[in-house]
Design a protein around this ligand. Structure first.
Ligand code: SME
Length: 160
């Protein structure tokens, strides 16, 4: 059994340092990338407040394919460049979208989603996956959330 905690009431940089330490401990020593993505999705789902979807898409044969996640059943395949996830994968840049309804080509997998943060995971200069976070709250993600998940993506790149 794992017991991880991170107080979401503390300043976000401190919260994300604790999340990163938990993610490191949870995945250290496990070579299976799917197992690590599954546990990381569960960890984020457990500790990060205000989400309705948290997980991974992997880049496989030139498109995004659904990986381990928590939330409602989601779109399985997304072309690179399509929607928020496809934009992050194609550009290699984090997409922080305060209002998904205003994002051209947004793909609604859960009608409750109002804002989204998608962070690319890069290894050896190539995007191999994205971390996808959806929230039912408009403007849920700020610069601290982006920095926290970009730090997590650096760890994820070595663990999947
Ligand atoms: N909204 C995403 C699709 C993935 S689901 O939200 C899980 C997008 O536009 O890329």
């Amino acid at each position: 059994m794992y017991e991880f905690a991170a107080d979401p009431a503390q300043p976000k940089p401190a919260f994300y340092r604790e999340l990163l330490a938990a993610a490191d401990g949870l995945t250290a020593g496990e070579p299976d990338g799917v197992a690590n993505m599954a546990n990381l999705a569960a960890l984020v789902w457990q500790l990060v407040p205000g989400l309705n979807c948290a997980g991974f898409y992997r880049v496989l044969d030139g498109e995004l394919v659904l990986g381990p996640f928590c939330g409602k059943p989601a779109c399985i395949r997304i072309p690179l460049g399509r929607g928020v996830c496809g934009a992050a994968a194609a550009s290699g840049e984090t997409q922080r979208v305060a209002d998904v309804h205003a994002f051209p080509g947004h793909i609604a997998c859960d009608a409750a989603s109002r804002s989204e943060l998608v962070v690319p995971v890069a290894r050896d200069g190539a995007v191999i996956a994205v971390i996808d976070l959806d929230s039912p709250q408009p403007g849920r993600f700020d610069a601290d959330d982006q920095a926290g998940f970009e730090a997590l993506a650096v760890l994820v790149a070595r663990r999947i």
